[in-house]
Design a protein around this ligand. Structure first.
Ligand code: GLN
Length: 197
């Protein structure tokens, strides 16, 4: 099997952690800042960070339209936290003029957990990843408030709030598996890239 070549959107955020985890899983990883770099990859991971900054920089660097076109074309993508925000079709508590790439038929609330619980950890059962619980780290994370007909819920908190969704080759999660050493989402993403050939 040839090694999958995937990109990590490297405009802002926890780029290094995604690169390290994907390389650990055997992928050939390109840091994507320019359209020429994006053109070399068969999948894209969108890191956590600050979605308003990632939005602005992706437009300035001429990446927003190529990424939207790739989403329409079915390119596998994995978004964590701000990355989930960038893949959401609709936002609550966006700043004025904030845009997303879209692709996930969901309504996502930014900074959903408020100040007091800005960061927390939880063990979640996520059946599609197997029987071992997933250790999750939330950092000023978003929550998916409405899952549209085209998207599927992968994981929810005990109180029912949705924190991981999937639609076709797009995977969006509120938390940070790249920080807790949880490889199964990234592996699922790489499997999608490999399956697409
Ligand atoms: N609050 C951030 C945003 O709106 C996301 C936080 C994160 O990615 N850790 O982009």
């Amino acid at each position: 099997m040839t090694t999958a070549r995937v990109g990590v959107l490297a405009l802002q955020g926890d780029v290094r952690e995604h690169v390290a985890l994907l390389e650990h899983l055997g992928a050939d990883v390109v840091r994507v800042r320019r359209p020429e770099e994006f053109a070399q990859v068969d999948g894209l991971a969108l890191p956590g960070g600050e979605s308003t900054v990632i939005d602005k920089l992706s437009r300035q660097f001429g990446l927003a339209e190529p990424i939207r076109a790739a989403i329409r074309d079915g390119m596998p993508m994995l978004g964590t936290c701000a990355g989930l925000i960038m893949l959401s079709d609709r936002l609550i508590d966006a700043i004025e003029g904030q845009q997303t790439f879209g692709g996930l038929d969901v309504l996502t609330r930014r900074n959903a957990f408020g100040r007091q619980t800005e960061s927390f950890e939880a063990e979640l059962d996520i059946p599609v990843l197997g029987s071992d619980p997933v250790h999750t780290t939330f950092i000023r994370g978003p929550v998916v408030e409405e899952v549209g007909a085209d998207a599927t819920t992968l994981a929810a908190l005990e109180d029912g709030r949705v924190v991981a969704v999937e639609q076709g080759n797009l995977l969006g999660i509120s938390f940070h598996p790249e920080l807790s050493g949880e490889p199964r989402f990234h592996q699922r993403f790489l499997d999608r890239v490999a399956a697409r050939g």
